[in-house]
Design a protein around this ligand. Structure first.
Ligand SMILES: [Zn+2]
Length: 266
């Protein structure tokens, strides 16, 4: 199986489906992450060109740690992603070249304008991917992928559905290490956005870093596990502390919800 996550920024994939990616790779599947923007505006003080290089390197470190096939970062400015014909064609080519069985992305109702643009672009590709005269320089894949959304907390127009669930307790430590690669985000920029004034993680031990990551980001995967505990119990035969979920998108290859869960067989 070939799994592709298309996010807007070079840490979205790690955070949203890092655990599932780790489990898929351990089971011998191929995983590619794509960041549609270079992330060059997600910082309180670092100049954009330096930040883009730094974030590229952070993403590559995480990719190596997880064993991804590739972590591709497109050269589009952060906070400037738009649903344009040019970007649509770019996405078509990126997707066709990897030929994924499953594509996961943001929902179109997410909080960040870049996330919404990516969601729309991916949705626009879902049909056009299989049109041979569109971007004919890259051949259409043999299989039309199944499209899915990862977790978000937004409830309008609808809360995210747990159409497929994956326990990630068994890989949570490694997922924290993936997040730990994104120093500019999890220890610098994002704490500021959370109102943590004068925040500094300098000189922290791994235990302190892990506790920080768990408190501010691990909690959402505990929320998912609580939300989908009945499904998780049924699937794994025991209670689960951390989980990731996937909502089925009807815009790609059609599968039943049972078949959809089977696309995440780990
Ligand atoms: Zn993002």
């Amino acid at each position: 199986m070939r799994y592709m996550f298309i996010g807007a920024h070079p840490d979205d994939a790690d955070l949203m489906i890092g655990g599932t990616a780790l489990k898929a790779i351990k089971a011998g599947h191929h995983v590619k992450f794509v960041s549609a923007s270079n992330g060059d505006r997600g910082h309180q003080s670092m100049p954009s060109p330096e930040l883009a290089v730094r974030r590229y390197n952070e993403a590559q470190k995480s990719a190596a740690l997880a064993g991804l096939d590739e972590y591709e970062i497109l050269d589009i400015h952060d906070c400037a992603l738009e649903v344009t014909l040019e970007n649509r064609e770019r996405f078509i080519r990126v997707i066709r070249r990897f030929a994924p069985d499953v594509i996961v992305t943001h929902r179109p109702c997410d909080y960040h304008a870049d996330h919404r643009a990516v969601a729309q672009l991916v949705q626009d590709c879902a049909y056009l991917l299989m049109v041979p005269l569109y971007c004919p320089d890259v051949p259409i894949p043999d299989v039309n992928p199944v499209f899915a959304y990862a977790y978000d907390r937004f409830t309008k127009p609808t809360p995210v559905q747990a159409d497929a669930v994956v326990e990630i307790d068994s890989v949570m430590e490694e997922k924290f290490h993936m997040l730990d690669c994104h120093v500019s985000q999890f220890y610098e920029w994002l704490p500021v956005t959370k109102g943590l004034k004068d925040f500094s993680a300098e000189g922290w031990t791994w235990e302190q870093k892990r506790a920080h990551l768990d408190e501010h980001w691990g909690s959402r995967f505990k929320t998912i596990a609580e939300y989908a505990q009945v499904q998780l119990q049924k699937r794994y035969g025991h209670s689960v502390q951390y989980a990731e979920l996937f909502e089925y998108s009807p815009y790609g290859r059609n599968v039943t919800l049972e078949e959809f869960q089977e696309l995440f067989p780990f």
